[in-house]
Design a protein around this ligand. Structure first.
Ligand code: SF4
Length: 71
């Protein structure tokens, strides 16, 4: 699984940071989303899918990797 963030779309709601703080963070200067990790464990996949679904601006895209182990 890969996760893409679009900082141009992010509205700094912080929803992703609240839901998955080990993966998402907000920049200290502009409060826009940043990623703490670029590779993810299978046990994180559902949380990442939920973060993408709940992002109010559609700034998070989850890209399923067919070759990776699925949960
Ligand atoms: S939930 Fe979406 S809009 Fe809110 S901080 Fe995260 S990426 Fe930005």
């Amino acid at each position: 699984m890969r996760v893409s963030i679009d900082r141009d779309r992010c509205c700094s709601s912080g929803m992703c940071v609240t839901n998955v703080p080990e993966v998402f963070d907000q920049d200290d200067h502009d409060s826009l989303v940043t990623l703490r990790q670029t590779t993810f464990r299978p046990d994180q996949f559902d949380d990442l899918r939920l973060a993408a679904k709940l992002c109010p601006s559609g700034a998070i895209t989850v890209i399923e990797d067919e070759s990776a182990e699925r949960d």
